[in-house]
Design a protein around this ligand. Structure first.
Ligand code: SF4
Length: 250
């Protein structure tokens, strides 16, 4: 087991689920790491944002890599891989690397691909360190416009944009996820600029278009508005006018 200053390396883990078909390619075991460097108005898992204990009514645990391997082994014959999500998984890069390296090193688990579901707000060096043990990343781009991005997340988007470009260069960008909020980031001119920026990275990029859902998000004043299915298809059409993206609307 990896160790830091003689102590076993532990991850701060919000939860795990054995089967998910919405967290990367195929059916996947998902590890939700606790703590996030964003504070998104649309967050559906706000209990995973704080990087500390205790949280009332919520009980994240400090777990070792071996603890997680014990949970992964029974699911391994039935999943294509594992995905580290959050919270923000890259906030615990040493643990993430140790977990993926351990999966790759164990013959019974070595067939599992290791993916990261990330808000992209991390240094490029984190991706460089993870690259030898990871197989792909799904990156959220909340908004290309830095001011709107700040309103949506409380943080700038420079690292997010840099991560998308860097992962593409590393051959590890599996998908970019665009969260669409009605009246916030669905302006046609903004969508077109976003499409042009993404096309410059990869004109055949896999894009998942996600409509904001109010259920599960924290109350907001004024209330946040869900896009209609028609509005989402309009955004998808705008994107397709710019490049031959591989777009999935959910
Ligand atoms: S990046 Fe994800 S986990 Fe973090 S606050 Fe935003 S929606 Fe929530």
């Amino acid at each position: 087991m990896s160790a830091t200053l003689g102590r076993p390396l532990k991850g701060f883990v919000a939860d795990t689920i054995s089967f998910s078909n919405v967290d990367g390619p195929g059916n996947r075991f998902v590890v939700f790491l606790q703590g996030c460097n964003f504070d998104c108005v649309a967050c559906h898992n706000p209990q995973t944002i704080p990087g500390h204990q205790p949280l009332e009514g919520f009980d994240p645990h400090h777990l070792g890599v071996d603890d997680l391997l014990e949970r992964i082994r029974p699911a391994a014959p039935f999943v294509r891989g594992i995905t580290a999500s959050g919270g923000e998984a890259t906030q615990q890069p040493t643990f993430l690397h140790a977990l993926f390296a351990a999966v790759k090193a164990e013959p019974a688990l070595a067939h599992l691909t290791c993916f990261v579901d990330s808000n992209g707000a991390t240094e490029q060096g984190v991706w460089d360190d993870l690259a030898p043990v990871m197989d792909g990343a799904m990156i959220d781009l909340k908004c290309l416009d830095p001011d709107i991005h700040h309103q949506m997340t409380g943080q700038p988007n420079g690292e997010v944009l840099a991560s998308i470009g860097h992962l593409q260069r590393l051959g590890l960008l599996y998908e970019v996820r665009l969260l669409i909020m009605a009246g916030v980031n669905d302006d046609p001119g903004l969508v077109r600029r976003t499409a042009e920026w993404l096309a410059a990275v990869n004109p055949e990029m896999r894009i998942k278009l996600i409509g904001f859902r109010a259920h599960g998000a924290r109350p907001h004043d004024p209330p946040l508005v869900e896009p209609t299915p028609e509005a989402l298809l309009t955004v998808a059409d705008l994107l397709r006018q710019v490049a031959d993206f591989n777009i999935c609307v959910v």
